[in-house]
Design a protein around this ligand. Structure first.
Ligand code: ATP
Ligand code: MG
Length: 652
């Protein structure tokens, strides 16, 4: 890794646009100004454990109070030691106990248009029944339950029911193969799988139970399978092993008090997206995670009682865990949940939902935003989106031009955009604008949240020169941090805590500008080294996306005799045909925007880019293709295998 730059990155992108929060927004916000944010951040950074302990005491329900905020034995963190709490209690019962049981918790819309609304009191009943059913299937404290379900209320209910009795859920995105489910069942030692007969996607039923059956043939630890009837299919039900939800949950007693659990009781395992390699089974625990999800939700989305909050992520990803289920429910919010595809029955389904349901806060991923841009403005313009007050993005860096589109077209230039940087490992948002306090810059996740103390270092752990990029680390433990990789503490130590002693290594590059704003520059492993200059993927990609013909771009380095590496880019176009002229024009465009150094040597037009199921571009596979190598890394989380075949054959 070491070279003459010591791991530092050059920056070639200049972005000077600044968008202060509208004054009337700030006036009504939880945190109203940059000064107020700075004071809060300073206070937190002075003593993070004390800062978090105060919030935990006040905002979580404790069956027994904790006696110590943090016991830190690097890399093992124990937060709120000695306390007993329950994540499910905090998300459900607490609201009922405090007289808010009639408030709506979940508004759900199925893809075919069916709908269901659950108040907090109703949620308590459903979750209690489900928890009793789990017990009747032999599930108790510490048992692992895999959940492979469509985005239905029952998915959230199943997660919360596990939390209620101290079982550990492992949600597996309901698009993965039987093989991927079996891998996860075996890695975690799952005892039960919860699934559905099917789920709706683009007007078709995905046969979920059928896929689970394939997995169960190779999952020796699984004893039972609990099946929700969602799509009306008649799947194979193996006598003695498989049971219907309506037989065991609907008939169960609704008396099941939440178990008082030690703060560090494992809450869930969740496998990462697999952008950089084989997915890691990230472990999160009860008290710290719940607190972190709640607090970051309230800060970043400036939560108000009358909000209708919609995070479009699937619960198969961390974003769905923290901002569909635990964060908003712990805050007592009204959460919108949608089952299906954004383009069913048409490409304006999301905007139709926003309009009909009067969504106020909308949180989605850059991959979706780029798709909306490609689908055309008319689909957005058709709808009244005036209920929106905050827009969010997560998952990848957002190219400044995509940010501008989101700001203008969706946000009507009035909604602050929160570009939230975080990871499965961090449990919740780490860096993001606070919408009433921090002016935004397109493409920057702006500043760390209170209690989060980042540092950008070179590969010797030394601070980089001001303005340069380097490795993003976090210097203080925080409550939402992962507690390990399931069953592999050595890998946990190696991946996050070994290369830079004393700091959490995130695996991303970042730079901090003169205003203290952070810019994520891409993955450590994806850096391009052109003639001794280390360049980030996102800057080159953003330069390309700023050209009107380009929908998406992925930049990788490919071996080059003279330069070390040359820039190779893969591009999907908007409604334009590829041509030699366009290729030259794009090279010229990059040179003009960010300089000759970053000019691509190769430009390949393609119909689609390889992405993870969570919608992230898998640059490591493109790197192999650009170098003419077989892709050798893990491809189990690839969304569409045919993309690779097509890219290799050059027939696009
Ligand atoms: P794996 O760890 O298996 O390679 P992954 O890192 O893609 O998969 P996630 O935990 O889902 O799995 O994604 C976290 C990563 O997503 C971050 O490390 C970062 O690279 C990227 N990311 C998330 N949000 C942002 C953002 N707002 N800006 C830039 N990058 C982001
Ligand atoms: Mg990762």
């Amino acid at each position: 890794m070491a070279d003459e730059h010591g791991g530092e990155l050059d920056t070639v992108m200049q972005e000077s646009r600044l968008f202060p929060p509208p004054a009337e927004f700030s006036a009504g916000a939880r945190i109203k100004s940059l000064e107020e944010y700075q004071q809060l951040w300073d206070r937190a950074a002075a003593d993070p454990p004390k800062f978090w302990a105060d919030i935990a005491q006040e905002e979580l329900h404790w069956f027994e109070p904790f006696t110590e905020a943090l016991r830190w034995n690097e890399p093992v963190a124990e937060w709120f030691v000695g306390g007993k709490t329950n994540a499910c209690y905090n998300c459900v019962d607490k609201h009922v106990a405090e007289g808010r049981g009639d408030r709506v918790a979940i508004v759900w819309e199925g893809e075919p248009g069916d709908e269901r609304t659950l108040t907090y009191a109703e949620l308590q009943t459903e979750v209690s029944k489900c928890a009793n059913a789990l017990k009747s299937l032999g599930i108790g404290l510490g048992d692992v339950v895999s959940i492979y379900m469509p985005m239905t209320p029952e998915l959230a209910i199943a997660m919360l029911a596990c939390a209620r009795i101290g079982a550990v859920h492992s949600v597996i995105f309901a698009g993965f193969s039987g093989e991927a489910i079996a891998d996860r069942n075996n890695d975690a030692g799952a005892k039960l799988v919860i699934t559905a007969d099917g789920g709706w996607r683009r007007g078709k039923v995905l046969p979920l139970k059928e896929t689970v059956d394939e997995a169960l043939a190779k999952s020796p630890t699984v004893e039972h399978c609990l099946v929700l009837k969602r799509a009306g299919d008649a799947p194979n039900m193996q006598e003695g092993r498989d049971v219907w939800w309506h037989d065991v949950v609907d008939t169960a007693s609704d008396e099941c008090p939440a178990a008082p659990l030690d703060s560090e009781t494992p809450l869930f395992i969740l496998y990462t997206s697999g952008s950089t390699g084989k997915p890691k089974g990230i472990k999160h625990t009860s008290a710290g995670y719940t607190l972190y999800a709640k607090k970051t939700f309230e800060w970043v989305f400036d939560h108000r009682d009358d909000d209708v909050f919609w995070c479009t992520a699937d619960c198969g990803w961390i974003t769905g865990h923290s901002y569909v289920v635990y964060g908003p429910l712990a805050a007592g919010a009204k959460v919108l949940m949608y089952e299906g595809a954004p383009d069913h029955p048409a490409g304006d389904r999301f905007w139709d939902i926003v309009e009909r349901r009067k969504v106020t806060v909308f949180y989605t991923a850059p991959t979706a935003i780029r798709a909306f841009i490609k689908w055309g403005d008319e689909l957005v313009d058709k709808h009244d989106l005036s209920s929106l007050r905050i827009l969010g993005t997560v998952g990848e860096g957002i190219n400044p031009e995509a940010w501008m589109w989101y700001h203008k077209k969706v946000g009507g230039e009035r909604c602050p955009i929160v570009d939230t940087w975080w990871q499965t490992e961090t449990g919740g948002i780490m860096m993001s604008p606070l919408p009433g306090a921090i002016p935004t810059k397109p493409g920057s996740c702006t500043k760390p949240l209170p209690g989060v103390v980042p540092a950008i270092v070179d590969d010797h752990g030394q601070p980089v020169h001001p303005g340069h990029g380097g490795w993003l680390t976090i210097t203080q433990p925080w409550p939402g941090m992962l507690r390990g990789i399931w069953g592999d503490m050595q890998r946990y130590q190696d991946v996050y805590w070994s290369r830079i002693p004393g700091k959490y290594l995130a695996g991303d590059n970042a730079r901090c500008d003169q205003d203290g704003y952070y810019w994520i520059m891409g993955r450590i492993d994806d850096v391009l080294n052109v003639s001794g200059h280390r360049l980030s993927t996102i800057e080159i990609e953003s330069a390309l996306v700023s050209h009107p013909a380009v929908a998406e771009a992925a930049a990788v380095g490919r071996p080059h005799d003279l330069k070390g590496e040359a820039v190779a880019v893969f591009i999907t176009l908007k409604d334009v045909d590829p041509s030699e002229e366009l290729r030259e024009e794009l090279k010229h465009h990059v040179r003009k925007e960010i300089g000759a150094l970053a000019q691509p040597e190769d430009i390949r037009f393609t119909g689609s880019l390889p992405k993870t199921r969570s919608g992230k571009i898998m640059r490591r596979l493109l790197k192999d293709i650009a170098a003419g190598r077989e892709a050798v890394g893990d491809t189990t989380t690839l969304e569409d295998y045919t993309v690779l075949t097509r890219l290799r054959s050059g027939k696009e």
